[in-house]
Write a protein that binds this ligand. Sequence first.
Ligand code: FE2
Length: 259
Amino acid sequence: MTIAIVSDIHSNWEALTVVLEHCDRLGVKEIRCLGDVIGYGPDPVAVTDMAMNRFSVSLLGNHEEALVTGKHRFNPYAAQAIDWTRAQLHSGSGITRIFSNKGTNQDRMPWYRERKPFELIDRHLMVHGSIYDPVHDYVDEPENPVEAEQMIETLEQDFSGFDICFAGHNHTPFMATKVGTFFPHDAHNSFVIPKGHKAYVCVGSVGQPRDNDPRASFATIDGERITFHRLRYDVPTTQKKIIDVGLHEFLAERLGEGI
Ligand SMILES: [Fe+2]
């Protein structure tokens, strides 16, 4: 059974719909989301409604936490966007009405207050951040032999009760294992992790990739095989919406560059 793991959609309707259409083509049976459904982007209501309807798991990311608590250490662009998002979700006034069984005036905030920081299913741990802090911490790719050794220690000592940890938050797709760190690319995007082996799988970001590749990123798992996917979407439309709703132009510009 193919399961999709998505993360960091950040209210990007154009990116999300391209990913969902591709999941349908792949015969994906279940979609799990690692958090940050909202924030930064211009379509929080439509994206929230889709998340509520399509995701079997949707975790608490740091943007969901900021949304419901009002507490964060965001830069001014992210702070403005989360305050704007909160107002949109309270009123329900969305650009797109997706599901006929939900009125546009529905308050989506109660759904966000119920989000959990992690989920464990079949020896797969799902977090937004890392195993040490599932909401805020970043999984950084090892950049030198010392960091690589530390990552292996983490996998061997701290991955107990689960084998694979799926993480988001860093907006960069890669996989860290005992034998090395792998950055997927178009010519090599599928990996087998034998049963019982430990791995961090960072799935990248659907709606705001930061690895200098603007295409939407997510992963699928089918048995022992993990496949990373990159998909083009209509970036100019999302950029225009960001400007039109009054969010900062930097949030639009970065989508075009994948930064
Ligand atoms: Fe994020």
